[in-house]
Ligand binder design. Structure first.
Ligand code: CTP
Length: 404
């Protein structure tokens, strides 16, 4: 139990994701935490307070001036009681209030009164989340030291696709656990990670690319950082927020990604090459928009540099981890890549398996190590999988330092 004796005050806001907070309470209690819940009035429209009272064995707090239950300054008592306040889901309204110093309901008042750290897990429609006022509020709160569990990308309750989903409660627990010390087994290590797709332009407005969401690389960055590593993330264009405390370098084309990785490779201890780098790009890029005509057009695509193969030639002590997508002869094909690219380890998945596709929050992989060890992992969230990959990479790094 990783949260024994930790006192966690959960603030639930009015958002359809409030139903996930009930499961979050169960998981936190399973980890040994003491949990109290406070709700906004609109949260009560989505989930009944009784649900949380039953799960916590305690009253739920939502009224500043309850008629029958309590006398005294219970908002201050609760603020002082908690080791950590977690607002999940945090609505746009609540984030706006906290950022503006407004305390006009129980949750915002406790947050203002609290001396303990506050962790915010935003959840809302993509357009609300991307609203510049919201973004400015988030920046302000991050600058003030508020912690965040970033929303994930996927289908939202309003049927739109985009950023704004409350992460899986298990993943919120992982972040909370890290906050309380968690592991720091990667401290002192420099971890270089690539993520997302690359984009090769045909003309100023068209490109060829692939549907990589970047979720695996970002999960690796988040977990490596939480475990104490110094993380540099080279990212193709994705709709994800960078985890706090890492250096993110944004790139578009394969050659930009190659350049950024080359600049940081010498100094890194581990390279985790999760990006879906395009193998081909157009031979020539048209300076102007290609005009429509009735005739077919021919595109000549030429091979682009294999970044991992190139870097493996300059390898000194770095642990190099590749990723492969294979739809047939999965292990044999991945092992061939591992040998050809002189990797220490390769993580392979078959995107045809349900739950292991490009944009999914979960993945089911096999890890193959250079010494021949290979193990198939069950389906799990990308955040959990990130920990497994880092465990294996760290084991290889320790072994090679020992032998070298
Ligand atoms: N990779 C790379 N540069 C490329 C292509 C791939 O660095 N131009 C990296 C990927 O980031 C991944 C690994 O190589 O970590 C394997 O990628 P994959 O596309 O599966 O392998 P390929 O060698 O491109 O083989 P194929 O597409 O034929 O399966």
């Amino acid at each position: 139990m990783r949260l024994t004796n930790r006192k966690i005050l959960l603030g639930v806001c009015g958002c359809i994701a409030a139903y996930k907070s009930a499961y979050l309470v169960r998981l936190l209690r399973q980890e040994g935490a003491e949990v109290r819940v406070m709700m906004t009035r609109s949260a009560g429209e989505f989930v009944a307070p009784l649900t949380f009272e039953t799960l916590t064995d305690h009253p739920v707090y939502s009224e500043m001036f309850p008629k029958d239950r309590y006398f005294g300054t219970h908002h201050i008592d609760l603020a002082e009681w908690s080791d950590l306040i977690v607002v999940a889901p945090a609505s746009g309204n609540m984030i706006g209030k906290i950022a503006s110093g407004i305390a006009d309901d129980f949750v915002s008042t406790v947050v203002m009164a609290s001396q303990s750290p506050v962790m915010i897990s935003p959840s809302m429609n993509t357009h609300m989340y991307e609203n510049p006022i919201m973004q400015a509020n988030l920046r302000k709160l991050k600058d003030l030291g508020y912690r965040f569990v970033e929303p994930t990308v996927g289908e939202l309750a309003c049927k739109t696709y985009g950023v704004g989903r409350l992460p899986d409660p298990q993943d919120i627990v992982t972040v909370i656990t890290s906050h309380f010390g968690g592991q720091s087994d990667l401290s002192g290590l420099k971890v270089l990670i690539s993520a997302g797709p690359t984009v090769e332009y045909l003309d100023p407005v068209r490109y060829i690319s692939n549907p990589s969401s970047g979720k695996m690389g970002y999960a690796l960055a988040e977990r490596a950082r939480a475990r104490g590593a110094e993380v540099t993330l080279v990212s193709g264009p994705v709709a994800l927020e960078a985890p706090a405390g890492i250096t993110r370098i944004d790139v578009e084309s394969g050659s930009q990604m190659r350049q950024a990785l080359r600049e940081h490779f010498d100094r890194c201890d581990m390279l985790l090459m999760a990006a879906a780098v395009g193998d081909y790009g157009p031979e020539t890029v048209s300076e102007h928009k290609i005009k429509k005509s009735a005739q077919p057009i021919q595109l000549k695509l030429v091979p682009k540099a294999d970044i991992l193969l190139e870097l493996s030639r300059d390898k000194s002590a770095q642990v190099m981890v590749g990723f492969a997508l294979e739809t047939e002869d999965v292990v044999a094909n991945a092992s061939e890549k591992l040998n050809r690219k002189k990797l220490d380890m390769i993580v392979v998945n078959n995107p045809k398996i349900t739950g292991a596709a490009f944009k999914s929050d979960t993945n089911q992989v096999t890890i193959i190590e250079a010494d021949g060890n290979s193990y198939e992992l069950p389906m799990m969230s990308k955040l959990e999988l990130a920990d497994k990959i880092l465990d294996s990479a760290l084991k290889i790094s320790i072994k090679s330092k020992h032998n070298g």
